[in-house]
Design a protein around this ligand. Structure first.
Ligand code: NI
Length: 290
């Protein structure tokens, strides 16, 4: 790897906004002040900048959401908006690049509600597998997926397993170093503590006030949709879309999103980013033997 790296530095000599500046000289240097958003968005970088970044940092953050109903007052994009916001805040605090959000997730059980767009598990598995393999091919060794939707968890883990196998089978140079981690922002311990403190049992399990609060913080226009709702059906088993709608007629599972406030959302964003930044730091530092 050393010889490849030195060939790269000989070829790429122009400092880039990502790599210039002492505060982000090394991956995981975690600047004292959050970086400007544009510096950590992969979409706004050029390929030479990414090549140069890879000489210093092998980490990348991938936001993963879902496009699905969130009760009668919550935005369809809740899980994608929240995952992307947390991922970008994490990128600003760590200096680690953030890919575009994968906004479609596994939401088959929400298909009884208009506006929901779902990838079947096998499709999502293939998408995530290809995302990981694309990044690994270029030398990314630590893929950190910030997820906003519980329904994605099983499939994401399966995609990681498949990606490890493919990386080895293709003989990718990074195969032995490749690590993928799934970080569900909404189950980070400090986030769950804050949700419990603010909402108690009314946090529920879907269209929760914590995630809705974060969307109100991100998109003030959504506050206008907030209104009191009747008691939601409690969480129960999840089968197909028709069964889900029969059990949960308005889409919520045990939650009271009317409790959500934009200022709570700002706290959830800070709380999630703080929790995940420590996890990301450990992940980047992890030796392949660990
Ligand atoms: Ni959600």
């Amino acid at each position: 790897l050393g010889s490849i790296a030195s060939r790269r530095s000989a070829r790429v000599s122009t400092p880039s906004p990502i790599t210039a500046g002492p505060q982000i000289a090394a991956c995981g240097s975690f600047p004292a002040e959050p970086l400007p958003l544009e510096s950590i968005r992969l979409q706004l970088r050029t390929w030479p900048e990414v090549e140069s970044y890879l000489e210093r940092c092998k980490g990348v953050i991938v936001p993963l959401g879902s496009t699905e109903q969130h009760g009668p007052t919550g935005a369809i994009g809740t899980d994608a908006l929240t995952a992307e916001a947390v991922a970008l805040e994490l990128g600003r605090r760590s200096g680690v690049l953030v890919t575009p959000a994968q906004a479609f997730g596994m939401a088959e059980h929400h298909l009884g509600f208009p506006g929901t767009v779902s990838l079947q598990p096998a499709t999502l598995l293939a998408v995530l597998h290809d995302v990981v393999l694309s990044l690994a091919r270029h030398g990314f060794e630590r893929i950190y997926v910030v997820n906003g939707h519980g329904g994605n968890i099983a499939t994401t883990r399966a995609a990681f397993a498949q990606a490890y196998g493919t990386a080895a089978a293709r003989g990718l140079p990074v195969a032995g170093e490749l690590r993928c981690r799934l970080a569900n922002w909404f189950t980070a311990a400090p986030v769950m503590r804050l949700a419990r403190e603010l909402y108690g049992d009314r946090e529920g399990h879907h269209a929760t006030p914590s995630e809705i609060a974060l969307t109100l913080h991100l998109e003030p226009s959504l506050v206008a949709a907030q209104r009191p709702l009747p008691e939601a059906a409690p969480a129960g088993p999840i089968h197909g879309p028709e069964d889900f709608r029969r059990r949960h007629p308005d889409g919520r599972m045990g939650s009271d999103p009317y409790l959500a406030q934009a200022d709570h959302g700002a706290r959830f964003l800070d709380c999630a980013a703080t929790a995940l930044v420590d996890d990301l730091r450990d992940f980047l530092a992890e030796s392949p033997a660990a």
